[in-house]
Design a protein around this ligand. Structure first.
Ligand SMILES: C=C1C[C@]23C[C@@]1(O)CC[C@H]2[C@@]12CC[C@H](O)[C@@](C)(C(=O)O1)[C@H]2[C@@H]3C(=O)O
Ligand SMILES: O=C(O)CCC(=O)C(=O)O
Ligand SMILES: [Fe+2]
Length: 332
């Protein structure tokens, strides 16, 4: 990424620095080995749509290996990285997020986790270091997928809905439309001159899918929006995972679990590297509130739609848009 002079930062979103925000104690921490995890997961997803997962069993080696490979990629000359872009939506992207004019202080790689959909752009990602990078990505995705399935199964148990794979089966499906993102937020030293301002790395949004599993290096920057509208910083922890409820899960639970609004701020000195697995349903899957969670038909808050319809609509929206709006049932 080209280092910009201070006036050039005007193209990016600067926001007022926030007051020192909530501490780790405010963010729910779930121990995966705790027998009470299923109830705690549901509580966290009702209140925050977000939690931190510890004792998850994914070897640190998998995380370090993919992180090192990602850093190698983002340190390649711009002309080499550009061979894997622009994103369509998969591939390498820089500054522009999505097709509708959103920008951020970020570089990223977006991959489809289904090898059936490997495009030329995706192949170009692995051009410089094919074996090692691809293997690191495959091992990592395999591990976090397994974890996502288990979380969704515990969630179903905590919600008292049967069978316990009612949520996980969509993400487990061989045609599940899931993706994987590696984000790199370079440090922005020019920020120091802009005292009292923060630079947006990734603008506020909710994730459209069912579940997102995020892991980052030890540079913070991630913030989540609480139900009262305040933003809190999530202290980084490179050994843990952070789980987000996505829009599709909000719909399936008829709004009982909430997709969390989140964003990332750039740092002046340190780069942030994050990796996110977005577990989504097959494109043809019908998404609607689960009957077990809706007492009467008229209590259903959302219309039925296919994941393909939702994605098409999401890709016409800007990051901060409320994407579920067109799928809400109107009262009266
Ligand atoms: C502005 C956009 C980027 C995005 C597609 C969209 O039109 C709206 C949703 C965005 C988002 C947020 C979560 C994930 O990072 C992502 C891959 C996704 O599925 O939805 C991105 C999309 C993207 O960057 O292509
Ligand atoms: O980089 C992060 O920590 C979060 C990025 C994010 O929200 C996304 O890629 O959807
Ligand atoms: Fe996100």
């Amino acid at each position: 990424m080209v280092v910009l002079s201070q006036p050039a930062l005007d193209h990016f979103s600067l926001i007022k620095a926030c007051k020192p925000t909530g501490l780790l104690a405010d963010i729910p921490v779930i121990d995966f080995t705790d027998p009470k995890a299923k109830d705690q997961i549901v509580k966290a997803c009702e209140e925050f749509g977000f939690f931190k997962l510890v004792n998850h069993g994914v070897p640190m080696e998998f995380m370090s290996r993919i992180e090192a490979e990602a850093v190698n990629f983002f340190n390649l000359p711009q002309s080499v990285k550009d061979k894997a872009g622009p994103p369509d939506p998969f591939g390498y992207g820089s500054k522009r997020i999505g097709p509708n004019g959103d920008v951020g202080w970020i570089e990223y790689l977006l991959l489809n986790t289904n090898p059936q959909f490997t495009s030329q752009k995706t192949l170009a990602i692995f051009q410089e270091n094919p074996e090692v990078f691809r293997c690191a990505v495959d091992d990592y995705i395999h591990a976090v997928k397994g974890m996502a399935y288990e979380i969704l199964e515990l969630m179903a148990e905590g919600l008292n809905i049967e069978p316990n794979n009612v949520l996980s089966r969509l993400v487990r499906h061989e045609n599940s439309d899931s993706c994987f993102r590696l984000n790199y937020y370079p440090p922005c030293p020019e920020l120091q001159a802009l005292s009292g301002r923060n630079l947006i790395g990734f603008g506020e949004h909710t994730d459209p899918q069912i579940i997102s599993v995020l892991r980052s290096n030890n540079t913070s920057g991630l913030q989540i929006c609480l139900r009262d509208g305040t933003w809190v910083s999530v202290p980084s922890d490179q050994t843990s995972f952070f789980i987000n409820v996505g829009d599709a899960l909000q719909v399936m639970t008829n709004g009982r679990l909430n997709s969390v609004k989140h964003r990332v701020l750039a740092d002046t000195k340190k780069s942030r590297v994050s990796m996110i697995y977005f577990g989504g349903p097959p494109l043809s899957e019908k998404i609607a509130p689960l009957p077990q969670l809706v007492a009467k038909e008229e209590d259903s808050l959302y219309k039925e739609f296919t994941w393909c319809e939702y994605k098409n609509s999401a890709y016409k929206s800007k990051l901060a848009d409320y994407r579920l709006g067109p799928f809400e049932k109107t009262v009266g």
